[in-house]
Design a protein around this ligand. Structure first.
Ligand code: ATP
Ligand code: MG
Length: 300
């Protein structure tokens, strides 16, 4: 059964998508079968992994996107999966084993406009759809917007773990605080369906600090993050083994370049001589593997 992980922080622009795309790619590069489900209407992980031209072409049919799974007469999740999504300029598979359920901008309709025909909450319907495909994967990652509406609720309800990407600043800490508050309410609200469907109780795995500028002193925000995490652990809101990952993702303009090229950093680093930020993502991937009790694999 796949290990299912949401990448979530209620602060926007903190590197959720960048971390997810690159950790997912590292795992596929290490030989794992990985599915990314894009639950953000901004569609950033879809556009990064597909490049804009292929994503635009896919938009000719709304049934290709995750929103369709929620509509009466829409797609089964299985039929929305785009296989081996990372391709080179010639359209050849550039990374085997990384599949995608893409989002498009219409996903925002899920919040207000799409009627629910399932006699159960959307998250319970999605959980059952995911069950049909999860044995095909080792890892399933959910890219979430910085909100707690229906789409991210589907991701959280299905997840074994949550990873909180953050920048070393006060606003990221507030986003983390809000997230823990909202999670508590959601856990209570979903108890009945969780029991009925034997859904997992998602646990915070840790906080990944990203976009750290060379030479900048981040001791103060790190201390505050640590203190906040310890308070939550003492209150029993976060598991004892949750941590701030010791590996940080450095700030690098290469990340923006990777988006433009539709390439994860682990592949770009094979073409270019030195790419320390790609190493950061590999080390973070290995940290995640060790925290979830999986065998840590070398990236070479
Ligand atoms: N390590 C990094 N170095 C430099 N820029 C980065 C790094 N990580 C992310 N960025 C940039 O920061 C911006 C926000 O990153 P990203 O889209 O991953 O954040 P997000 O949390 O997913 O945002 P949103 O909340 O809008 O979904 C992007 O422009 C991205 O290219
Ligand atoms: Mg994002």
């Amino acid at each position: 059964m796949a290990n299912k992980i949401s990448f979530l922080n209620l602060k926007g622009g903190v590197g959720k998508t960048s971390l997810l795309v690159n950790v997912a790619s590292c795992l596929a590069y290490m030989g794992k079968r990985v599915l990314v489900v894009d639950f953000d209407a901004q569609s950033n992980s879809s556009i990064w992994l597909m490049r804009l031209d292929r994503w635009n072409a896919l938009n000719s049919d709304p049934e290709n996107f995750v929103l369709s799974v929620f509509k009466e007469g829409g797609s089964e999740l299985r039929n929305c999966i785009q296989k081996d999504i990372v391709r080179d300029a010639e359209g050849e598979i550039a990374l085997k084993g990384l599949d995608l359920v893409p989002a498009n901008f219409r996903l925002m309709d899920l919040e207000h406009e799409v009627p629910n025909p399932w006699e159960k909450p959307f998250y319970a319907h999605f959980f059952e759809e995911l069950k049909e495909v999860e044995n095909d994967y080792d890892y399933i990652f959910f890219d979430c917007p910085p909100s707690f509406f229906r789409a991210p609720q589907c991701a959280i309800f299905c997840s074994d773990h949550l990873i909180v990407p953050a920048n070393p600043d006060a606003l990221s800490i507030i986003g983390f605080h809000l997230l823990i508050d909202k999670l508590e309410g959601f856990r209570k609200q979903t108890e009945r369906w969780r029991t009925e469907l034997s859904a997992p109780d998602p646990q915070i795995l840790g906080i990944s600090i990203g976009a750290v500028k060379a030479g900048s002193n981040i001791d103060v925000p790190l201390e505050r993050f640590k203190a906040q995490l310890e308070r939550f652990i003492a209150q029993g809101k976060v598991p004892k083994k949750a941590c701030i990952f010791p590996e940080q993702i450095r700030h690098s303009v290469t990340v923006g370049r990777a988006v433009m090229q539709g390439m994860p950093l682990v592949l770009m680093s094979k073409r270019e001589a030195s790419m320390p930020v790609a190493e950061d993502y590999i080390k973070t991937t290995q940290r995640i593997l060790s925290l979830i009790g999986s065998e840590v694999i070398s990236a070479v």
